[in-house]
Design a protein around this ligand. Sequence first.
Ligand code: NI
Length: 176
Amino acid sequence: MAVRNILKMGNPKLFEKSSPITDFDTPELYTVIQDLKDTMQHYKGVGLAAPQIGCQQRIVLFGFDSNPCYPDEKPVPLTVLINPTITPLTDATNEAWEGCLSIPGLRALISRVSSIRYAGFSPTGDPIEREVHGFHARVVQHEYDHIEGVLFPQKITNFQKFGFEDELKDVMAMSK
Ligand code: NI
């Protein structure tokens, strides 16, 4: 088990597309997954993607029971999702504040599709498919972006709703 260094925005690796996993149920895969879990837990994130710890592979981890950064959100089951795909189930979008462990201290108001179906594989290669909405859908879209080499600032439409958490407190409270 190991808490890994998280790559921060500015590191060119975060803007690369990650490669699919071809071999499941291998010791190498379980090592990356354990490191992702240890690192996400250590930094109290709700999601983490393999490229954030320097592995350019299509593996994302997400889930939480409760999180101080997102106190109003319902729990999301802890999930390792490999080679994920996302299908929007609606044209409807919603806006909410997002942060990222690769961009510590900053938040932005980001628009995401409200309902999605996501699919992929577990570490043993078993298929996973779920239809989700709201915050669960948002977290999966955010993590999926990481394996495509996209960070949330690339999705900002209103730069007045982007900044440092401590400065944004009042703005965030108003837009709840
Ligand atoms: Ni992130």
